[in-house]
Design a protein. Structure first.
Length: 144
């Protein structure tokens, strides 16, 4: 009977050691990435963070390397936005949805999006104004 209990104990210890190593590896991967990309490193994995990391690591869609690659390519995630907000460890790990948004491209750079709105010609703007007031610029059709 003692052997069976020792066997269970040894198996549980192995699982705990494996999970602790995964947690340590995750913290180290994040901190190295954060340092290379001017993001906030983490000092400690609190119990809440540990629980969140364990949950993310169980999700098949969660791939830390793909997520970090997407963050690295995202100006928005690195602070180039109206609020100078930067992605952090908790944003990635402590929400079941945020990492999916990153992978889905929500924070990808948008080329030409802002310029396309302001690239209308003066003529196009005047035509749009005329249309909104039902004004026609052709004198032959006025008064009909």
């Amino acid at each position: 009977m003692a052997r069976l209990e020792n066997g269970k104990s040894s198996k549980n210890e192995n699982i705990n050691n494996f999970m602790n190593q995964e947690l340590t590896d995750t913290q180290n991967i994040w901190n190295q990435f954060a340092e290379e990309n001017c993001l906030a490193k983490i000092i400690k994995l609190s119990p809440g963070r540990e629980k969140a990391v364990k949950a993310r690591l169980k999700e098949k869609e969660f791939n830390i390397y793909k997520i970090l690659d997407k963050i690295k390519e995202s100006d928005f995630c690195k602070g180039k936005n109206n609020h100078s907000w930067k992605v952090d460890f908790d944003f990635v790990f402590c929400s079941a949805n945020n990492y999916l948004k990153i992978l889905e491209g929500k924070y990808d750079n948008r080329t030409g999006q802002r310029n396309s709105r302001s690239s209308a010609t003066t003529e196009e703007i005047l035509n749009a104004i005329d249309q909104s007031f039902n004004v026609t610029s052709n004198p032959d059709t006025q008064g009909q």
